[in-house]
Design a protein around this ligand. Structure first.
Ligand code: 9D3
Length: 251
């Protein structure tokens, strides 16, 4: 996947290009990132990239021409590609949106700074507006990196194509079950209490019982913490039974 990035701060993207799973995907050429900095498309001595909003008010906007030229140059490099503007006004990013974007061979991400961009640029150049949630960031770069990271995991060959992506989809729309690693018993504070021990079922070697327990925990935690997610699920009789058990065992 070829990703053109229009940003005043291309160095920030080292967080995805130089580390971990996304870093390897970039090194392997599964993802190509190409940067287009509006500052490089200015024509004045001061390389001005911001301007005042018509009508007055606080803050500045990104200057139209440098952003427009950067997008146009990005298009030359990516070929036909959707232009996605990361903005608080966008539709919220979801796993479903990631899945649908993950089959595109190219895209252009526009990260805003200041208070945003001229509305006419959105109308003329932007195909899709995305937000990553209802909180205020300082610009679109971190949001673009969230998008790139989520997309990378869905590209064939990026995540060690073993179980983890398959498991992600089995438990799709549910929170994770609790997980434990060694030691079996944590020393200190509350030794001997239930709290310090790994649940016995996980040590039992009974794979069917472990699978049941995990689904039960995932359902129960989703019920408690994210009822909005559970409301979107269709639970079969087995799942309903497990959720009942979870709630009964709790008190
Ligand atoms: C909605 C806040 N605006 C009040 C008039 C000002 C404003 C705040 C922050 C305008 C732009 C920004 C910068 N934010 C992003 O570029 C951004 C963002 C975000 O702040 N939250 C969630 N997702 C995104 S995607 C891009």
């Amino acid at each position: 996947m070829r990703i053109g990035i229009v940003s005043l701060f291309p160095e920030m993207f080292r967080a995805v290009s130089d580390f971990g799973i996304t870093g390897r995907a970039v090194s392997n050429g599964l993802i190509e990132l190409d940067f287009f900095n509006p500052r490089d498309y200015t024509t004045d001595r001061r390389q001005t990239v911001d301007d005042k909003p018509y009508g007055g008010g606080p803050g500045m906007l990104m200057k139209v021409r440098p952003v427009q030229k950067a997008i146009q140059d990005a298009r030359k490099s990516t070929g036909p590609a959707r232009v996605i503007y990361l903005t608080p006004q966008g539709m919220p990013l979801s796993q479903e949106t990631l899945g649908s974007l993950s089959t595109d061979s190219a895209m252009i991400l526009l990260s805003g700074r200041y208070e945003g961009i001229d509305e006419r640029l959105i109308e003329q150049e932007v195909d899709l507006e995305l937000s990553i949630g209802d909180y205020v960031l300082s610009g679109g770069e971190l949001a673009a990196m969230v998008l790139i990271d989520g997309l990378a995991r869905l590209l064939p060959g990026v995540v060690g194509d073993d179980e983890s992506v398959i498991r992600d989809s089995f438990y799709d729309g549910l929170l994770d079950y609790p997980q434990y690693t060694r030691p079996e018993r944590l020393e200190g504070e509350d030794e001997g209490s239930e709290q310090s021990r790994v649940p016995a079922v996980l040590l039992s070697g009974d794979h069917a019982a472990i699978a049941r327990w995990r689904v039960k925990q995932a359902l129960g935690r989703t019920w408690e913490r994210r009822p909005d997610l559970l409301a979107r699920q269709v639970l079969d009789d087995e799942a309903k039974q497990l959720l009942q058990e979870y709630l009964r065992e709790k008190d």
